[in-house]
Design a protein around this ligand. Structure first.
Ligand code: SF4
Ligand code: SF4
Length: 303
């Protein structure tokens, strides 16, 4: 009896799937069991960039595992029009990443996918580092504009969902708002305007930190909505966070920390920068002040 096509799909990609499962299980284990140790590691940035390079190279370009808003839209369309969901099974590589992303929603919110598993997100982070290395001036929208622009991605997502019901034939073109097909699926080899768009977003990221992720990406908006499943507040805070200390808020490149010190998990990409600061006696201002006070008291006691 012939095997069903989805079983064939698994067999055809057996080696890639095994490597992917090992890689993702390792990453989730490290983040789940040793996140604070990782954030405090003196080689944290090179380690993170190595993981992101694997995401781009192995998961993105080699494995073609860049998730896309096309999948949730296809699910909504099938719900609306009826039909089979079997299409989800034909790409087991992406299915594994979706499964881990769903687990990430519960454990950390959107951060696991957007901060660690998205190949194009990783490419933008590399672009940012290149921009910093070249000492390019950095644009940082004011708080007011940042708050406004963050809503654009939800509007883009709502527009795509509306197309399902109003003009489904246009959906394929509209999804190109994601540069993923250009940057990952076709390796930048297609019509010049798609290439210009994807490359332009990467150039933009050299001066505006992950501008596409923060303001435009409809998949990121869907991930933020999925992140509402988050079951816990995983970023530790002190009483001084927000009042008076603002260091983590200022250092968070994603603008995901409010003035009050509260974390806006829907914008948090799990970059761990604030975790590094929180745990470091050399960086966390309340810890530095407490240590200074301790030293002064010791001095007074000794006199
Ligand atoms: S916001 Fe979009 S491009 Fe950025 S990491 Fe998330 S899914 Fe990827
Ligand atoms: S610095 Fe910002 S984005 Fe990074 S983990 Fe902290 S809150 Fe999240």
């Amino acid at each position: 009896m012939p095997r069903p096509p989805w079983v064939d799909a698994i067999y055809n990609r057996a080696t890639d799937l095994i490597l992917l499962v090992i890689f993702l299980a390792g990453l989730v284990a490290v983040l789940g069991l040793g996140m604070n140790r990782l954030a405090g590691h003196r080689y944290f940035t090179p380690i993170r960039l190595t993981i992101l390079a694997m995401m781009t190279g192995f998961v993105g370009w080699w494995g073609q595992g860049q998730l896309s808003i096309a999948t949730p839209l296809a699910v909504i369309r099938t719900l609306y029009e009826g039909g089979s969901y079997a299409f989800l099974l034909y790409d087991p590589f992406s299915l594994v990443i979706w499964a881990v992303t769903l687990l990430g929603f519960v454990l950390w919110g959107r951060g696991l996918f957007c901060g660690w598993l998205c190949p194009f997100g990783a490419m933008q982070e590399f672009a940012h580092h290149i921009g910093r290395f070249l000492r390019l001036p950095q644009i940082e929208p004011s708080q007011v504009w940042d708050d406004r622009l963050k809503w654009v991605k939800y509007a883009v997502l709502a527009g795509l969902v509306a197309l399902i019901f109003t003009a489904p034939a246009r959906l394929d073109k509209a999804i190109e708002v994601e540069p993923f097909k250009t940057a990952i699926t076709t390796f930048f080899i297609r019509e010049w305007y798609y290439v210009a768009y994807a490359a332009g977003l990467l150039l933009l990221s050299m001066v505006l930190f992950k501008g596409f992720c923060r303001y435009v990406c409809p998949l990121g908006a869907a991930m933020a909505i999925g992140g509402l499943l988050r079951g816990r507040k995983w970023i530790e805070r002190r009483a001084d966070c927000g009042s008076p200390c603002q260091l983590c808020r200022v250092k968070c490149n994603y603008g995901a920390i409010k003035k009050t010190g509260e974390i806006q998990y829907s914008e948090c990409f799990q970059c761990l920068d604030c975790v590094t600061i929180h745990d470091s006696p050399d960086l966390c201002v309340p810890l530095i002040l407490a240590a200074k006070r301790g030293r002064s008291l010791q001095k007074v006691a000794a006199e």
